[in-house]
Design a protein around this ligand. Sequence first.
Ligand code: DCP
Ligand code: CA
Length: 348
Amino acid sequence: MFLHLDMDYFFAQIEEKRHPEAEGLVVVICVFSGRTKDSGAVSTVNYEGREYGIKSGMPIINAKRLAPVGKSLFLPIDKEYYGAISAQINFLIRQECKKVVQSSIDEWNAEDDLAPKKAEVLKNKIKKELDLNCTIGVAPSVLGAKMAAALAKPDGLKTIDASEERKMIDESIVEKVPGIGPKTNQALQSLGVKQVKDLAKIDPIKLIEIFGRKSGTHLHNLGIGEYERELGPEKEQEEVSRIGTLSHETRDPQLILSKIDELEKEAKDWLMEMKKSYKSLSIIFITQDLKTHTKSMSFHNPKMWSQDITNEEKELVAAFLKENPANLRRVGIRFGGFLDRGGQTTLF
Ligand code: DCP
Ligand code: CA
């Protein structure tokens, strides 16, 4: 079985947690271009805002016109912070499921014989550890899991068997199938294809003529109920990070370094398994106002894992504490610039 996990209104949900005063308000995450005060586009919006017609990609000015006056919060995007949360979720999923592929900042596919049970465990863990809601679909194919999740949004969990999956996909309009864009949809409409099951009525040769061998075959297979049963390749991971909450707000270097040590041990297990050495190191500092700060260092020669906190890590922490007077709520570590050691550990 496959599971598809998608975080609900991801960036906006994270900001709701950061701003308790946002409760009940429309929360709009904005990518300000800086040209004028309001120029730029909406990244995402919470469900309250969607009720007013506010959408991802919309100009901020339009969103401001639609949003209820005095009941809205427009916030600048903070990708660094969302990326850190995404890394935490990634870690939880990989702890739970054997085969995992991350498909975007807030979506994952996984294959696991115990997927229905794992889905429940993951949903609870993400809620307990990060206080965030997600939606998970579980089905015999990757596509079925994704479409089940789309139907279960928000805060849902939907498990379907092979016959339910076939019915759901067969009866879906083609436009709603992930991977079928507006152009393909238009071409299909002119062939009289409305629902997925209509695809089975079209001669596969004709589908291949119109859409090419790969897409034509894919569309034909969809129509006859043959869905992808493989996860597909995982993009080469460019960085690995772990982030954690300190036991209390502090700027005591000993406490901060011991948390970093703990996080690092978890990240290292994972990296050692992948036989990587790294060329860049960052420490992420989240202050009590939940602002994110990063201090980084890169190395000319790749670094190997060391048992203990390194001098570089101590330096980064000291540098941050020197320039920022705030207490820290969370800290994180990030490794990047990986080189494959190819198992030849002795060379390093
Ligand atoms: N995103 C963006 N610009 C877009 C679409 C998305 O910046 N045009 C960002 C903001 C989203 C995140 O990517 O929070 C995840 O995208 P989703 O499409 O999964 O949207 P949401 O998670 O916001 O909402 P949903 O609950 O519908 O999944
Ligand atoms: Ca999402």
